[in-house]
Each structure stands twice: as structure tokens, then as C-alpha cells.
Design a protein around this ligand. Sequence first.
Ligand code: AMP
Ligand code: GLY
Length: 419
Amino acid sequence: MRVLVLGSGGREHALVRSLAQGGDVTQLHAAPGNPGIGELADLHDLGATDAAAVTALARKVAADLVVIGPEAPLVAGVADALRDSGVTCFGPSQRAAMIEGSKSFAKQVMTAAGVPTAAALTCRTEPEAAAALARFGSPYVVKADGLAAGKGVVVTTDRAEALRHARACGTVVIEEFLDGPEVSVFALADGTTATTLLPAQDYKRAGDGDTGPNTGGMGAYAPLPWAPADLADQTLAEVVLPTLAELARIGTPYSGLLYAGLCLTSRGLRVVEFNARFGDPETQVVLDRLGTPLAGLLTACATGDLASAPPPRWLPGAAVTVVIAAEGYPADPVRGAAIDGLPEAERVPGAYVLQAGTARAGPELIAAGGRVLNVVGAGDDLAAARARAYEAAALITMRGGWYRTDIAADPAPGTGPGA
Ligand code: AMP
Ligand code: GLY
């Protein structure tokens, strides 16, 4: 089959790599992709949010399946346009993607579905925000209602800062603070039914020890040796299936990947957020452990036929990914630094490098984004996977490039960003 993947980051490189490895994929295309993806797929230079251009490309390459990586094309309605023109597409409709695109819509769905989440109030004015802050108390959690690329949430003990964020955002969701480790559980959904993938954990803060500013994610590992053995099943039963049922009931059936960001609190599991797409960088480690051909699973979701697909199998062992970021990330990443040492890094057994923010400048590979590379290490256990990822990362040179040194160093319940 011919598959077209939309997007250009490390998550898309992981998707393309996984698609290339198993099943009956005969041709891979990516738009716009990156140089790493270009080693596995034909690249097409177009904006992934341009529904007309994407549909025309899907037709031109006779794609049997289009896989949408990032949230922007989903929220722009690219999945709807593809399906309307008869193209099989993995990814939710524009309306269903509002589960990520609007925090207040997500809260409404969870409340109606009885899904456990932080108590919250949607506030449109400053007096409303002030009242909500008083009601929930410190630490304050203030979230912009729309998509904000990881910058929309402020968690603070400073009431004035919380109010400033509310004022700057307009409509906000203010909610109770959740304490406990955060985990990411992905579910593949076909509109009616779903299956969960291996739980993973990512590291959102820039600095070691969960210090410094929030980022898109500096590393991840899977599986979670410390988590309850039934975490994925519990998430399916208490979170994913009720959410799908409610979305179907209100006329927005959800097909694609439903990402449940969970907090394991002392009072039980709570949803922190939903995303409408694979998480980045968790996908890089989850797909590393997948033992079932990805193309078959994604096609089953896209065609509403997940019930008859075999459930995903998981390879034993563990995977760790370490993000190499550009100088100045996340505030102001410096572009253009030359990247060297990839062949050496990939000679480390069990290690490989996914490209996230890279470009070609003549013969050179250069940094072209904030998160530049994802070094993945796999092994019999987390310690082995981690050692390989860091051994490979140390062989890569990029002026000003940096990474956290504590990814999966202490994989225990205390390590979550919310802990
Ligand atoms: P979100 O965009 O909703 O995932 O929020 C970004 C990050 O803010 C989360 O990953 C958490 O680390 C933190 N956060 C969000 N909501 C809460 C909450 N209710 N309590 C504590 N931390 C939170
Ligand atoms: N890893 C966090 C995200 O993808 O939103």
C-alpha cells in the first residue's frame, strides 16, 4: 500500500520509520517531511494545513492511507477534506479535534461522560477569573482555551501572575491543581471502539530535575515499570471509551489517535489534557516497542474496523529517547548550526537518530528548529536503553546543542512533571 504522512518532526520520522518496517507498505510519501524522513519517503514540499493541496497530493500519489501527524492540519479540517474526497485518512475530523483545540470543549465532554479530571471553571472576564482562583486556591492552574503550542498553561503560586495570564488570554479554563506523576496513554480509535498503546512518560521541563521553562518535551521512555499493571486497561475503560461514546452521541465520532495526558493522583487517575494526535516525543519510544505492523492498525482505525484487527503486540524491553535541542531553545532557538556524528551515533548497538528540526544546506545537515534530533536507545531494560541513548547522543556534535542528562534516570512515581 501507498502511505502519505503529513508533518515534519521527530514524531513523523518515527511514524515513517515504523511504517517502513512492517506490513505491506510499498511506497512512502511525506509532506513536507525533513531530511531524515527523506531517507525513507518521497518528500513533497507543501504546507500540511493546506487542505486542497494535501488532497491533490493524496490523489496524485494514489495514497491508500494518509496519516496526519500534527494538530494544526487536524484543527484546520484536513481530515474532513480528505475523507470528503474519498481518501482514507488516519486522524479526527475538525470538530472531533476540538478535544485538543479547546480546553473548555474537552472539559464539557469529560463532564458529560463522567471521565475523572480536575474540577474547572471556564472564565471570560477578569472578575470571573479572580473568583475561580479564590475558589480553587494555590497552586493556581490557568489555561488558555485555544491551541497554544505548549505555552498556554501557567501553574503558579503567584496570584498576580495567574491573573495576568488570564487577562492576556481572554477566555481561560481555571482548575484545581493535580499532584502526582504524569503519564501519557495513547489510544487508537475508530469512531466506536479503541485499543490503548504502551503507557509512556515524557519530560516537559527544559532542565534536569524538572527545572526551567516548559518545552514541547525533552525526552521520554516506555514502558513504565513503576506504573500499575492495569493502567492502560483502566484508561481504556474509565477515560477513552466513555469519551468516544460521548463524542459519538453529540455527533462528532472520533477516529484517529486519542492522547490521554493523565495525572496519577493520590485520589486516583485524572485527565490533565487530551490531544488529538500522537504525542511527541512519547511516540518515538512507543513505536520503537510496537511489534505489530503500524500500517494495518492505522488503516483499521481509518476504516472503522478496529474490532477485527489483532490487538497491538509489544516487544519486550524498553526504549528511551533524548531530545537534542538547539542553543536558546525554548525561548529563542538559534538556527543553522551544523550537525555531525550521526553515522557514529547510529553505530551504537540498539541506538538510532530521528530528525525533528533539521534542514539541508548544501551537503550539510543543519539545525532548523528548537528540538533538532531525537536519539533513541532500545535495550532489555530501561537502564540498558538509557545507556545506549546517551552513548549515542554524546557522539553527536552541534554548536550550542544541549540535552537533559536525566531522562529515565530515576523512573519512579516521583519523576512526573506534576510531581
Ligand atoms: P496541558 O497543556 O493541559 O497539558 O498542561 C501543560 C502542563 O501543565 C501539564 O503537562 C502539567 O504538567 C501542567 N498542568 C496542567 N494542568 C494541571 C493541573 N490541573 N494541575 C497540575 N499541573 C497541571
Ligand atoms: N509530549 C507532549 C505532547 O505531545 O503534547
